[in-house]
Write a protein that binds this ligand. Structure first.
Ligand code: KG4
Ligand code: ZN
Length: 347
């Protein structure tokens, strides 16, 4: 029997069926990810009903594997952390119902988690700490959570103390990556495909607009729908004029526009709030050009930029275990068997 606080975490908010066992909020004993990507790529995006059915099939073996790999029994667990929102309601319900039944049957405290908060905690796992500065991020900090469903700038004074100070007013950045990739026939998910293709392209050859919002009451907000329309219009114009599209230059130009606003708004927020640490999280934080640009620009400002290894950027349960640890320590345990999945859960 191992010492320490051991949490089984379950995350099924979208199309990855995942379970992990985390010790003391940072040590990864196991992190099992079963991706449904290939199934959904046939349809060009996530089909919620199919995702729910796949979770039903995969979840029990995934949880079993995570306990086996960690060499931890159900009896040894201190808590079960589970995502209960935001996300797709069917997929969320599969993970939550299973976590609730395990918690009830085995009398293990249940610690519900917010998906976006969990993404931030990927930066507090040992792997992320080692890969960055050898120490965890320090508070207060600014987090940029950038995924398929969210683009938020969050000011964190401490564990469990969050304030969203910037957000997208329309599309999430990952959504824009996926839609442009679809228009370029690159397949799903689009982010990694554009990331790869853009490396071969010329950033400045096609310039797309950079949405800088002018509202002084929300200086850190983002908008990506104008950029998305500009790229789609460009592609339509090329088609009408029977011009060949250089996909790699389009990918590079589009990606540059997204990255410029993500980096400048986040670093502006960090400067205004006088913080020394910025953490990146969510699927889009796997983008190699985004990571490079952040490090480059932050250097001059004396700001440390933390980013998780690629496997911890996209959806995984290890991050849920890390964030559940802090909720558990603050006794934020749910006893409600009617605890529900909340697709648009606020932070
Ligand atoms: O966090 P995540 O796995 O799921 C959500 O909570 O949405 O993020 C998935 C999103 C997708 O939109 C995907 O295209 C994007 O992250 N993504 C990337 C990269 N890898 C994943 N976007 C840009 N560059 C990447 N390398
Ligand atoms: Zn996510």
């Amino acid at each position: 029997m191992q010492e320490g606080i051991k949490i089984l975490a379950i995350e099924t908010s979208c199309d990855d069926t995942t379970a992990a066992v985390i010790k003391d909020g940072h040590k990864i004993l196991s992190n099992v990810i079963s991706s449904q990507r290939e199934t959904h790529s046939l349809y060009g995006g996530v089909v919620p009903e199919i995702a729910s059915r796949e979770h039903l099939k995969l979840l029990i073996p995934v949880v079993k594997k995570s306990l086996e790999e960690a060499n931890v029994s159900l009896e040894e667990l201190n808590a079960i952390g589970v995502t209960h929102g935001p996300g797709l309601v069917g997929p969320l319900l599969v993970g939550l119902s299973y976590a609730k039944s395990l918690s009830y049957a085995k009398n293990i405290p249940l610690v519900p988690q917010h998906h976006i908060k969990s993404h931030i905690y990927a930066n507090f796992l040992d792997k992320s700490i080692d890969e960055n500065y050898g120490v965890p991020p320090e508070f207060p900090l600014i987090a940029l959570v950038v995924s398929g469903g969210h683009t938020d700038i969050i000011y964190m004074k401490n564990h469990n103390e969050f304030e969203i100070i910037g957000r997208t007013v329309d599309d999430a950045a990952g959504e824009a990556f996926d839609k442009i990739a679809r228009a370029l026939d690159l397949g799903y998910p689009g982010g990694p495909k554009i990331d790869k293709l853009a490396k071969k392209g010329l950033e400045g050859r096609i310039e797309f607009p950079k949405a800088k919002l002018k509202d002084p009451t929300s200086p850190y907000d983002f908008s990506f729908s104008g950029l998305k329309s500009a790229v789609l219009n460009y592609l339509n114009r090329c088609e009408m004029k029977s011009e060949t599209v250089d996909k790699k230059d389009v990918a590079a130009g589009f990606q540059k526009s997204v990255i410029d606003v993500l980096v400048s708004n986040t670093l502006e927020a960090a400067r205004d709030k006088n913080v020394n640490d910025v953490v990146l999280a969510g699927g889009v934080s796997a983008n190699s050009a985004l990571r490079d640009e952040f490090k480059e620009k932050a250097k001059d400002l004396g700001i440390k930029v933390h980013s998780p290894p690629l496997i911890l950027c996209t959806d995984n349960a290890a991050m849920v275990g890390a964030s559940a640890y802090h909720s558990y320590k603050e006794n934020k345990i749910s006893t409600a068997l009617d605890l529900n999945a909340v697709p648009n859960l606020e932070m």
